[in-house]
Design a protein around this ligand. Sequence first.
Ligand code: AMP
Ligand code: ZN
Length: 468
Amino acid sequence: MILYNSLGQTKQEFIPHNGNKVSMYTCGPTVYHYAHIGNLRTYIMEDVLEKYLRFAGYDVKRVMNITDVGHLSSDADTGEDKMIAGAKREHKTVLEIAKFYTDAFFSDCKKLNIKFPDVVEPATNCIDEFIHMISVLLEKGYAYPAGGNVYFDTSKLDAYYVFGNINEEDLAVGVRDSVEEDVNKRNKTDFVLWFTKSKFDSQELKWESPWGLGYPGWHIECSCISYKHNGEYLDIHCGGVDNAFPHHTNEIAQSESFLGHKWCNYWFHVLHLLDARGKMSKSKGDFLTVSLLVKKGYNPLVYRMFCLQSHYRKPLTFTYESLDNTATAYDKLLKRIAAIPNEGAIEQDKAVTLIASFRNALDNDLNTSLGLTSLYDVIKADVNGATKRYVIGEMDKVLSLGLLQAPAETNHATDDALTAEIEDLIAQRTAARTARDWATADAIRDKLKEMHVVLLDTKNGVSWSIEK
Ligand code: AMP
Ligand code: ZN
């Protein structure tokens, strides 16, 4: 499989460290609010990546953290603690907020057919591991205490900007966002590993440490949680593109300084979902959630298909108009698949060829829109129904669009599309009958029957209805 690797910024062949085993790490949500559909674009594309790796025969272990402590409103250790802000907003404790939004996140994932990761670990479960890694970084001279906190010293690294796309201007944004500049930092890219002299009096979650009562910085959690569950070598690390700097850059700094060797070979970043105001973000307040889409009558899998229609490395702009187009396409697709009779024996050679074109698409940097095209090609292919259904089922192991499920009640847009399709078939049947081509006429009648269409031949032509 060829994947774009943010490390090196080129497409590269994916070769795991240990044969067919793949260790995969995904930055999980910060659970101070609902995940918005932008966050979920990232999780959908990561899910497709995981499922495709499994489909290609790899044995994947996927680990995800839950950020329930230490993430400040600016990723550069400044601003308010996101969890405390969430707790204040809802007059609840941080733990209550964390539990509620963790559950909400996985419930959204389920609706979007996103597989539950093999390991899910909240940051607050791993305080001992954080303390251990920070102690080693101090011993090795990569960290220093200052003003009561412990910092990572980025000047100790040969190369800090590993993704190569950071410029001074981006950094200045981080500085501009800051409430007040942290005078304890030796270099402006240094970051906090452990807070003790917290600027937050109301910090509820504090733990004893060799450096005093305090709490971990955000970046250390992913380095530790990955190490805890995937060991010294990680094959692929995923996240939204905003995580590349400083979060993933800092993870690499910590992990490689701790381990003394290269840590993760492939970095997979999903570009942002945008709305009319730019990047969809939780801090902007009114963002779109899966529940809102459901309330508006959309099947969540329509949003999944919307994401699959575009490439993960291109920004995707959300509008209701484009979602409506996808809803129409999705309903039509399900109906066309439902109309395929499960007839004949599976034609293995033909199935392999059809699946190969799907694999070619996904092998090329996870080209899901081309993958969908190959799905449409199956529907049109010159193979029997059983083969089609089998191949579609195989593709759906990766696409997870519920393709073999019975289509739900149609909405208005679909009604129009379906009506056109049915009337077209009826016209073809009438033409076949006029030409006394009974075989074609019967075949079309059978197809309509599969679509639950009841025909009534009357003096004035054919009328039809959908069987309830
Ligand atoms: P957070 O809960 O803020 O830590 O973010 C969870 C995941 O969503 C991270 O991988 C982010 O990089 C990603 N993310 C945040 N905003 C967007 C967006 N607008 N589009 C796509 N992914 C995003
Ligand atoms: Zn992370």
